[in-house]
Design a protein. Structure first.
Length: 138
């Protein structure tokens, strides 16, 4: 397995089977050019088998932290340590960028995700509620 940072739209599109839906070329370009956005892709036999995306967040009284935005491993490649390796790789990037911590929001009943994050050293920070505003498409 090889983990590399995605730097081209083609790499992001090639990994679209790991996303919730198909990649959009324009959105992939915006992702790559947005400051603080990054995606690491795990490859096996030259094919993308996992991905993790992170977003640096800045605040005047806290500094910079990394938000683990999304993690996905292709079903046929799960339970082989790929998810944990991706989380650990993002931790390395976050530290290199001077982040003071990294965090992720996860459903409390998502046992595989919880196990992956805990195996990579994450600790429970208490009960978390996420509220969402949805906007109609323009």
């Amino acid at each position: 397995m090889d983990i590399r940072r995605a730097t081209t739209v083609a790499e992001l599109v090639a990994a679209e089977h790991l996303y919730d839906g198909p990649a959009q070329h324009e959105w992939a370009e915006r992702f790559l050019t947005a400051a603080g956005h990054l995606m690491l892709i795990a490859y096996a036999d030259g094919r993308p088998v996992g991905m993790i995306s992170g977003i640096e967040m800045h605040h005047p009284d806290k500094g910079t932290e990394m938000c683990l935005y999304e993690l996905s491993v292709h079903e046929a490649h799960r339970r082989r340590g790929i998810g944990r390796a991706l989380v650990e790789a993002l931790i390395v990037v976050a530290r290199e960028r001077g982040c003071y911590d990294m965090w992720v929001g996860v459903d409390t009943d998502n046992d595989p995700a919880l196990a992956t994050y805990r195996s990579a050293g994450a600790k429970d920070d208490g009960v978390f509620a996420m509220l969402t505003w949805e906007f109609p498409a323009p």
